[in-house]
Design a protein around this ligand. Structure first.
Ligand code: HSE
Length: 322
């Protein structure tokens, strides 16, 4: 038996919700932007095999034990043993299609695909919350701290607000179906751990109050279907003032997006991917073309016109069968 799982790219923060809001992305051309993991049983004893293929596989450590998938399998197997079940020898193949350090939830997509695949393989031995907590913890090993704004949307789809109160870990926000999310990865690697290091350890009272007001008003506007107000609240007063200036070409390209008529623009996750929002399909093409020409700096870069991916992680047909 072999199981292949896809986990979509995601955009952390979405400007207004540093560390607590994230959206999963789905290109409108029908392509799948994210990572895939295939898991199958092997004959050997107590083995966790990891193999990496795909466009960005060469950017990962060559030692399989240094791959995050290995840690995912170890941690999942430990949880299985605690539940009185026996782990098997397995082989996992990661199709690494998302660039590392892009701000598109690359490590989150690998972790989500791996843990989702493991849970399917072991007949859903863990609950959704157990799995999500595990995803957050494992992704945190790479990004430097536990934040769910990439793993939650990649796993559950849509726009996820982290609640982390009592039994409620996350909630899905209502979204605007007519919004296009234009994204462009410049091709330059930005380490999430390093871009978290430069963040101020404290914010002043005025900033804290404005942050709370913005995210609360965005959630309210989303629930009332007030698209214009919601778009106007996609502003980042926490991370962008610190990170914007050090992401090459970000400031001028964000300004260009707004000048061209985008209703919002900002940094996806910790960057350098830039996003811009528009309700008009032709405008989305214009924004994507502009970014393709002006923001992308090498062959690793790309742009996509996306909608939110409302499905999140899911089983996919085996490679080469579609
Ligand atoms: N919220 C995280 C950060 C997301 O901005 O550091 C990283 O992709």
């Amino acid at each position: 038996m072999s199981i292949r799982v896809f986990a979509p790219a995601s955009m952390g923060n979405v400007s207004v919700g540093f560390d607590i809001l994230g959206g999963a992305l789905s290109p409108i051309d029908g392509s799948l932007l994210g990572d895939f993991v295939t898991i199958s049983a092997t004959d050997s004893n107590n083995v966790i095999g990891v193999e990496t293929i795909g466009r960005f596989a060469h950017k990962l450590p060559s030692d399989p034990k240094l791959n995050i998938l290995y840690d995912c399998a170890v941690v999942y197997h430990e949880a299985l043993v605690k539940k009185g079940q026996s782990p098997q020898s397995i082989k996992m193949v990661l199709e690494k299609e998302l660039p590392v350090g892009s701000g598109l939830g690359s490590s989150a997509a690998s972790v989500v695909a791996a843990l989702y695949a493991l849970d399917e393989f072991y007949n859903n031995a863990l609950s959704k919350d157990e799995l999500l907590l595990m995803m957050g913890k494992l992704e945190g090993q790479i990004s430097g701290s536990v934040h769910f704004d990439n793993v939650a949307p990649s796993y559950l789809g849509g726009l996820q607000l982290m609640v982390e109160q009592g039994k409620t870990l996350t909630t899905s926000l209502p979204t605007f179906d007519d919004w296009y999310w234009v994204i462009a990865y410049s091709g330059v690697k930005v380490s999430t751990a390093e871009s978290r290091e430069i963040m101020p350890k404290q914010v002043d009272l005025k900033t804290a109050l404005k942050f709370g007001q913005n995210i609360a008003s965005f959630v309210d506007a989303s629930h009332r279907g007030d698209s214009d107000l919601a778009a106007s609240l996609l502003v980042d007063i926490i991370a962008e003032p610190v990170r914007g200036g050090i992401i090459p070409k970000f400031v001028e390209n964000k300004q260009a997006m707004l000048d061209l008529g985008a209703i919002a623009s900002g940094i996806s996750g910790s960057g350098p991917t830039l996003f811009a929002v528009t309700k008009c399909a032709d405008k989305a093409k214009e924004l994507a073309a502009y970014l393709q020409e002006n923001y992308i700096q090498n062959d690793d870069g790309f742009s996509h016109i996306c909608k939110l991916d409302n499905q999140g992680a899911r089983r996919e047909a085996k490679r080469g069968t579609v």
